[in-house]
Design a protein around this ligand. Structure first.
Ligand SMILES: *[C@@H]1O[C@H](CO)[C@@H](O)[C@H](O)[C@H]1NC(C)=O
Ligand SMILES: *[C@@H]1O[C@H](CO)[C@@H](O)[C@H](O)[C@H]1NC(C)=O
Ligand SMILES: *[C@@H]1O[C@H](CO)[C@@H](O)[C@H](O)[C@H]1NC(C)=O
Ligand SMILES: *[C@@H]1O[C@H](CO)[C@@H](O)[C@H](O)[C@H]1NC(C)=O
Ligand SMILES: *[C@@H]1O[C@H](CO)[C@@H](O)[C@H](O)[C@H]1NC(C)=O
Ligand SMILES: *[C@@H]1O[C@H](CO)[C@@H](O)[C@H](O)[C@H]1NC(C)=O
Ligand SMILES: *[C@@H]1O[C@H](CO)[C@@H](O)[C@H](O)[C@H]1NC(C)=O
Ligand SMILES: *[C@@H]1O[C@H](CO)[C@@H](O)[C@H](O)[C@H]1NC(C)=O
Ligand SMILES: *[C@@H]1O[C@H](CO)[C@@H](O)[C@H](O)[C@H]1NC(C)=O
Ligand SMILES: *[C@@H]1O[C@H](CO)[C@@H](O)[C@H](O)[C@H]1NC(C)=O
Ligand SMILES: *[C@@H]1O[C@H](CO)[C@@H](O)[C@H](O)[C@H]1NC(C)=O
Ligand SMILES: *[C@@H]1O[C@H](CO)[C@@H](O)[C@H](O)[C@H]1NC(C)=O
Length: 663
């Protein structure tokens, strides 16, 4: 889900525009240093780091320029300071020090700047609490403390700032709830408290702040219902409460606020449905995001009238019915994400929406995965925007071959067609998708060979072709995929040996799964190169020869599956280095010799299957070997001893054969 959050963060990034006073001073202040001087000097003294040296201009020589003939106090020319008050010349009206890496805390003395209209300390490294004394800056119009490390709760005293129109504390470490005194901030038009640790409920009195245009409470721990009274905020432009713990019915009144351009309620437990006339009620909607909630009902056809709609994120709900045929007709979509719902397509014309999406020349994300879409993949998919980065159509019942022309999508980074009814061979030109990072074609009916050209997609990090009817050998060219972290070719009909090249991919850290094929030959010793890999599964093949001692170099392994092969020889002594193993399955081979004693000391083992081999000699009788749910040893006729539940014959007491046991 992280990936969707990234999309949202991306599209919510904006630059701030601040109130900028334009009046010029009409008086002068020759006879004093200005009453605000001590406040600014103490502000500076609370700053512990100033990497751009912005505050180096904040200095003052009592014998020198403090009594200069300049018409305003010296500090009015300091970087980031403005004094432009007609009636009270010489008073600081704005401090703007955003994005310059200031560290330290915010000085409580700032509360003395009663003429301050703008305080912008955003995007610094300020820590500590927001001083309650700021409630005395009664001229304050804009307060931006966003993107710092501020902690503690919001001072209730800020509710006294009756002129405040802009309050942004986004992306800090603030906690507590939305203080009740904020109900007095009747001038407030922008309230941004996203990305903190605020908790408690969204108060219903927020709906009384009818000047609000921007309400951002995303990524906090807010709970309870969304109060229906919020529908009174008839000037609302952006409403963002995504990623909280809100639950219950989402108030339909919110869909009557015709000024809304962004409505993002994703990642909560809200229920509801989209009004059928939403496209007319929210004519300016640009971002409509209810992803990962419990919304039901159809996707209204009226959305095709919302001519500004660029981001439709409805993934992860229970929307049902057909996807409206003209939904893309306005041509604006950048992200069309309807995955994980119960949407239907049964007849060819139910796919008409895809043709309408070909109007969207900036479409970057097409996500329809995990729905009930049936039918043959329409060839018009090849006419979709060449800007596409993600195509996710998996877990439907889509049949047919991969349409020709895929190679035109040069910006594609993710292609998921898994778990469907696709047939035919993999396109030979698939290697000409240079940006592809994630390719999942598993659980289909693809046949033919794995194209060698796959080895040309050097950005590939996840490749799964498992559970198809692919045959032929594994192309050695896959060894060129130096960013691959996970390779799954399991459950096909692949033949031949395991190419040593693919065992030399240093980036493989997650999975190498070649199981359930017809691979033969011995396990190449290059397997020892996979020393960062956590799971190797070569089970259910025709691999023969001994298990190479080189496997002992795969020290990050937590699962090793070699069962159902033709492996022989002993369990390598070097396995004693695989202390992180949780799962080890060597069953159904021809392994001989003794069970190594060191296996008893593998603290993490929860599954050890050595059954149906020719192992012999004594079974250790301690630790995991005493636990029937961990250890399986059946079908090794020459074992003896061990815990009683194994019902093995007791070991002969002669010394003669004890040399066999490995310690
Ligand atoms: C609040 O600040 C954040 C971070 O600077 C910014 O992304 C967001 O757009 C601001 N909110 C408003 C309403 O200006
Ligand atoms: C500044 O004020 C003083 C007296 O308050 C006045 O004599 C002087 O002319 C003023 N200077 C300017 C540049 O306005
Ligand atoms: C005031 O004096 C300080 C220190 O001498 C100097 O750095 C600064 O530039 C002076 N400012 C003005 C406006 O003259
Ligand atoms: C400024 O504020 C501080 C703390 O809020 C207070 O102790 C001090 O008396 C004030 N100074 C002036 C000159 O008002
Ligand atoms: C509110 O935030 C938006 C977006 O950041 C900005 O365009 C607008 O000017 C802000 N309004 C006020 C009153 O600051
Ligand atoms: C954020 O606040 C929590 C307590 O609310 C504290 O444990 C944590 O260390 C703080 N993180 C930072 C980066 O200040
Ligand atoms: C709001 O302001 C009024 C008058 O200024 C005051 O009486 C009231 O206590 C304030 N409400 C809150 C919740 O602070
Ligand atoms: C909100 O407004 C309603 C009437 O519109 C009023 O009854 C209620 O007291 C107000 N709430 C607050 C906290 O001001
Ligand atoms: C891989 O790319 C190289 C260079 O771009 C090209 O010469 C070669 O034919 C490609 N191989 C395959 C199998 O597509
Ligand atoms: C890719 O792999 C093949 C087969 O292993 C090899 O012949 C070829 O040189 C490799 N290409 C690149 C660009 O490394
Ligand atoms: C046996 O192992 C299982 C799985 O690790 C564990 O849940 C169980 O508690 C163990 N039983 C005994 C008796 O140690
Ligand atoms: C030692 O083991 C072998 C089989 O591994 C067996 O044939 C032989 O009888 C055993 N010798 C003794 C003394 O138990």
């Amino acid at each position: 889900m992280k990936i969707w959050q990234l999309v949202m963060i991306h599209l919510l990034t904006h630059t701030l525009l601040f109130f900028t006073p334009s009046s010029q001073p009409t008086n002068n202040q020759t006879s004093n240093y200005g009453v605000d001087l001590p406040v600014l000097l103490s502000f500076k003294s609370f700053i512990t780091s100033d990497p751009t040296r912005a505050l180096s201009s904040w200095s003052w020589d009592p014998a020198g320029n403090g009594t200069s003939t300049a018409s305003l106090p010296v500090y009015c020319e300091w970087v980031g300071v403005a004094c432009s008050n007609r009636r009270h010349p010489g008073h600081v009206t704005a401090i703007r020090l955003q994005g310059i890496g200031l560290a330290g805390t915010i000085c409580p003395q700032l509360g003395n700047l009663t003429h301050l209209r703008v305080l912008d300390l955003s995007a610094n490294n300020l820590a500590g609490e927001i001083p309650g004394s700021l409630g005395r800056c009664t001229s304050l119009h804009a307060l931006d403390l966003g993107v710092n490390y501020l902690s503690g709760s919001m001072p209730a005293s800020l509710g006294l700032l009756s002129k405040l129109t802009f309050l942004n504390v986004t992306h800090n470490n603030l906690t507590g709830d939305i203080p009740m005194p904020f109900s007095n901030l009747s001038a407030l038009s922008n309230l941004s408290m996203s990305s903190n640790h605020f908790h408690g409920q969204i108060p219903s009195w927020l709906g009384n702040l009818t000047s609000l245009t921007h309400l951002e409470l995303a990524q906090n721990g807010l709970t309870g219902h969304v109060p229906p009274g919020l529908g009174k905020m008839t000037n609302l432009v952006k409403f963002d409460i995504h990623d909280n713990k809100l639950e219950g019915p989402f108030p339909p009144s919110m869909f009557n606020i015709s000024s809304i351009t962004l409505l993002d309620i994703g990642f909560n437990q809200l229920s509801g449905s989209l009004p059928l006339d939403i496209g007319f009620k929210l004519p300016k909607i640009n971002v409509l995001a209810t992803h990962v909630n419990q919304f039901k009902g159809p996707i209204p056809a009226s959305l095709s009238n919302a001519s500004s709609l660029k981001y439709l994120l409805l993934r992860g709900n229970q929307y049902h019915g057909l996807i409206p045929r003209d939904i893309g007709i306005h041509g604006r979509f950048r992200s069309f994400s309807l995955g994980h719902n119960v949407l239907q397509a049964t007849e060819p014309r139910d796919w008409d929406f895809l043709t309408s999406l070909t109007n969207c020349s900036n479409l970057g994300i097409l996500d329809l995965e995990q729905n009930n879409l049936e039918g043959v993949m329409p060839v018009t998919i090849a006419n979709l925007s060449k800007e596409l980065k993600w195509i996710a159509l998996g877990s439907n019942k889509i049949a047919g071959t991969i349409p020709a022309g895929l190679v035109a999508f040069q910006k594609l980074t993710m292609l998921i067609l898994a778990d469907s009814l696709f047939t035919g061979t993999l396109p030979l030109d698939i290697g000409q998708l240079p940006s592809l990072q994630y390719l999942d074609l598993s659980h289909n009916r693809f046949d033919g060979k794995i194209p060698q050209s796959l080895g040309n997609i050097t950005q590939l990090s996840n490749l799964s072709l498992s559970n198809n009817f692919l045959d032929g050998s594994i192309p050695a060219s896959l060894g060129n995929l130096t960013k691959l972290t996970s390779l799954d070719l399991s459950s096909n009909s692949l033949k031949g040996g395991i190419p040593q090249e693919i065992l030399s991919i240093p980036s493989l850290t997650v999975l190498l799964n070649l199981s359930n094929n017809a691979l033969s030959g011995s396990i190449p010793t290059q397997i020892g190169n996979l020393n960062s890999l956590s799971t190797i599964d070569l089970s259910m093949n025709k691999l023969s020869g001994e298990i190479p001692d080189a496997v002992s170099s795969c020290v990050q392994l937590n699962s090793l599956y070699l069962q159902e092969n033709l492996l022989e020889g002993q369990i390598p002594k070097g396995f004693s280095s695989l202390r992180g193993l949780e799962n080890l399955d060597l069953s159904n081979n021809n392994l001989a010799g003794a069970i190594p004693d060191f296996l008893q000391t593998f603290e993490l083992l929860t599954y050890l299957n050595l059954s149906f081999n020719n192992l012999s000699g004594p079974v250790p009788n301690t630790r995991i070997f005493g636990n029937a749910t961990i250890v399986s040893l059946a079908g090794n006729s020459m074992l003896c001893g061990g815990p009683p539940f194994l019902k093995l014959p007791s070991c002969p007491s002669h010394q003669a054969n004890s040399t066999e046991s490995v310690s």
